[in-house]
Ligand binder design. Structure first.
Ligand SMILES: Nc1ncnc2c1ncn2[C@@H]1O[C@H](COP(=O)(O)OP(=O)(O)OP(=O)(O)O)[C@@H](O)[C@H]1O
Ligand SMILES: [Mg+2]
Length: 401
C-alpha cells in the first residue's frame, strides 16, 4: 500500500512521491479489529458530549441500535446522576484518565450499572482541552446485584442470630412469670371465701386476682412474641417429604375457623384436585398459610364492604410447580408497601399487636423450600399472596436418602 503525493514542480511538470504505508494500514486494521471484537463497550464522545463512535459491544449494551452514535451522553445516564457526572466529564477534557461508576438507562427503562474507565482524547499535537473522551465501559449490574443480595442475607443472618439470642434469654424468665402467675391465680387465699373474711375483704381479693390475671395474660403475649422471634431466627433446614399443600391449607383454615367467623369473613376454598405433592416440611407450610390467613383476616377486620377470603391451589402445566393463592377483599397495600411487607419488623399494626415478623418468617420458609412468595395488590382492591413451591419429583427421593 502506498500513499501518492503529486505536487507541481516550479520548472514545470510535477513531482510524484511514493510513500509505503503498508505497515500503518496493517496496524490500523489490527486496532480496528481489537476495538470491534472487544467485550467491553467502547465509546468516543466529542466536545459536546455526543457519541461519535460506538463499538458493537456498546451498541448491544445500550439497546439503541445504530442510533447510539449521535446520542448525547446525557441521554444515556440515569437522570438522577447526569448533572454531576457530566460536569466531571467536561472537567476531564482538561485532565487525565478517570474511573467511575454510574447507572445508565436503556430506552426500555432497564437500568445498567457500569464502570467507566475514561481518558481525554487529543489529536496528535493538540494542546488545551481535549476534543473528546474515550470511554471503556464494563457492565457490573449482575455483580453488584449479587453483592447486594449477599449483604442483605448476611444482615438478616446477623439479625437472626441477635434476635435468637435475645429471645432465648427472655424465654426462661418468661416461663417463670407464666408459671408463677398461674400458681397465683390458683391460690386458694385469693379465692372468694365461703363466708366473710375480716382480714382481706372480697373486693380486695378480686382486685388481686385481676392483677394476677393481667400479669398472666401479658406474659402469654410476650411469650408469643418470643416464640415468633425464635421462628425468625431458626436456622434448621426444613424436614421435607412429599406434602399435600391442600392439607396444609385446610389445617391452617381449621385453626382460624372460629376467629374468621367472628370477624364476619366468608371463606371460599377452591383447592385443585390431583395436586402434585410439594417437597416440603408440612408443619412449616401450615405456618406459612396460617400467617397469610391471619393477615388477611386482620386486614379485613376493620374494613367496610364484603369480607371474603379466597384460597386457591393449582399446579403448573408441567406439574413441576405447586401454586397457592390467599386473596382477600381488604384494603390492599399502598404503592411501595408491597416491597416492604416482607421485611422483618415491618408492621402497620398498633404496638404490642404485630411483630412484623409473620411475612418475613413465611417468605424465609418458602425460600428455603426453593419456592417464591409475592404479593399482588392494588389499593382498595384487596391483596393476593402467591406462593409457588417446587413439586416433589423423583430427584427428591434421592435427596431424602
Ligand atoms: N392481606 C393483607 N392486606 C393488607 N395488608 C397486609 C396484608 N398482609 C400483610 N399486610 C401488611 O403487612 C404488614 C406485615 O405483615 P406481617 O405478617 O409480616 O406482620 P404483622 O401481621 O404486622 O405482625 P405479626 O404477623 O408478626 O403478628 C402488616 O402489618 C400489614 O400492614
Ligand atoms: Mg402477620
Amino acid at each position: 500500500v502506498v500513499d501518492l503525493l503529486v505536487s507541481p514542480h516550479p520548472a514545470g511538470g510535477c513531482v510524484v512521491t511514493f510513500d509505503d504505508v503498508s505497515a500503518q494500514v496493517a496496524l490500523a486494521e489490527r486496532h480496528r479489529l481489537v476495538v470491534e471484537t472487544a467485550r467491553d463497550a467502547l465509546l468516543i464522545t466529542d466536545r459536546a458530549g455526543t457519541v461519535v463512535y460506538a463499538n458493537p459491544a456498546a451498541v448491544a449494551l445500550f439497546g439503541r441500535g445504530a442510533a447510539l452514535v449521535g446520542t448525547r451522553s446525557a441521554d444515556l445516564i440515569h437522570p438522577q446522576q447526569s448533572g454531576p457526572l457530566l460536569a466531571r466529564i467536561a472537567e476531564q477534557r482538561l485532565g487525565g484518565p478517570l474511573v467511575y461508576e454510574f447507572t445508565a438507562v436503556r430506552p426500555d427503562g432497564t437500568e445498567l450499572e457500569l464502570v467507566a474507565s475514561t481518558a481525554p482524547l487529543r489529536e496528535l499535537g493538540e494542546a488545551g482541552p481535549a476534543s473528546g473522551v474515550v470511554a471503556s465501559l464494563r457492565d457490573v449490574t449482575d455483580e453488584r446485584r449479587a453483592a447486594r443480595q449477599l449483604a442483605e442475607r448476611e444482615k438478616l443472618a446477623a439479625l437472626g442470630q441477635l434476635v435468637g439470642g435475645v429471645a432465648h434469654e427472655l424465654n426462661n424468665p418468661l416461663a417463670g412469670v407464666l408459671a408463677m402467675s398461674e400458681l397465683l391465680l390458683a391460690e386458694p387465699l385469693l379465692a372468694d371465701p365461703p363466708d366473710g373474711d375480716v382480714v382481706v375483704d372480697v373486693a380486695t381479693r378480686r382486685d388481686l386476682r385481676d392483677l394476677a390475671a393481667t400479669v398472666h395474660q401479658e406474659a402469654r403475649r410476650a411469650a408469643r412474641t418470643v416464640s415468633r422471634l425464635l421462628d425468625f431466627a431458626r436456622q434448621h433446614a426444613p424436614r421435607r417429604a412429599p406434602t399435600d399443600v391442600n392439607d396444609a391449607i385446610t389445617a391452617a383454615l381449621a385453626l382460624r375457623r372460629s376467629s374468621l367467623q367472628l370477624a364476619g369473613v366468608a371463606v371460599e376454598a377452591a383447592l385443585g384436585d390431583a395436586l402434585p405433592p410439594a417437597w416440603a416440611d408440612a408443619h412449616e407450610l401450615q405456618q406459612v398459610f396460617l400467617n397469610l390467613i391471619t393477615n388477611a383476616e386482620h386486614a379485613m377486620a376493620g374494613h367496610a364492604g364484603p369480607r371474603r377470603l379466597l384460597v386457591r391451589t393449582g399446579a403448573s402445566a408441567d406439574r413441576a410447580v405447586v401454586r397457592a393463592e390467599v386473596a382477600d377483599t381488604g384494603p390492599g397495600l399502598a404503592p411501595g408497601e408491597a416491597a416492604r411487607v416482607f421485611e422483618p419488623f415491618y408492621t402497620t399494626k398498633p404496638r404490642g399487636e404485630g411483630t412484623g415478623l409473620g411475612l418475613a418468617v413465611s417468605a424465609g420458609i418458602v425460600r428455603e423450600h426453593g419456592g417464591t412468595m409475592r404479593v399482588e395488590s392494588a389499593p382498595g382492591a384487596g391483596a393476593t399472596f402467591v406462593v409457588e413451591l417446587p413439586a416433589a419429583g423423583p430427584q427428591n427421593a434421592e435427596d431424602a436418602l
